[in-house]
Write a new protein. Structure first.
Length: 111
């Protein structure tokens, strides 16, 4: 009989349903669906002409230009600066007595 901890161990790592890359057939179906939508939006029957019209429309906006360039040339590396506004005091020299005193003070406040 399996225990709860054994079941948790069985669920770690390895192959899982729904994980990984989608099948190529599914990706191709999505691409075909997208191209059909672009053809309908642009009113063009030819797939290439519809794609060109979409790109021309995108190029008219600043965000569209950025989108096109990111997908053609690759997105530039972004640097993100993380700052911690919650500065914590150095607790390396806190004694057990200090902790007990703080704990007692806190319990007195809550009483």
């Amino acid at each position: 009989m399996k225990t709860l901890s054994d079941e948790k161990k069985d669920n770690r790592g390895g192959k899982r349903k729904g994980a990984g890359r989608k099948p190529i057939v599914e990706e191709m179906q999505q691409k075909v669906l997208f191209v059909e939508a672009v053809k309908k939006i642009t009113g063009k029957e030819d797939s290439d002409a519809a794609k060109i019209d979409l790109l021309v429309d995108l190029w008219e906006t600043q965000r569209g230009k950025i989108f096109i360039c990111e997908h053609v040339f690759g997105k530039a590396k972004e640097n993100v600066e993380i700052t911690n506004k919650n500065e914590f005091p150095d607790l390396s020299n806190v004694t057990t007595e200090d902790l007990e005193r703080l704990l007692n003070e806190q319990s007195d406040i809550n009483s």
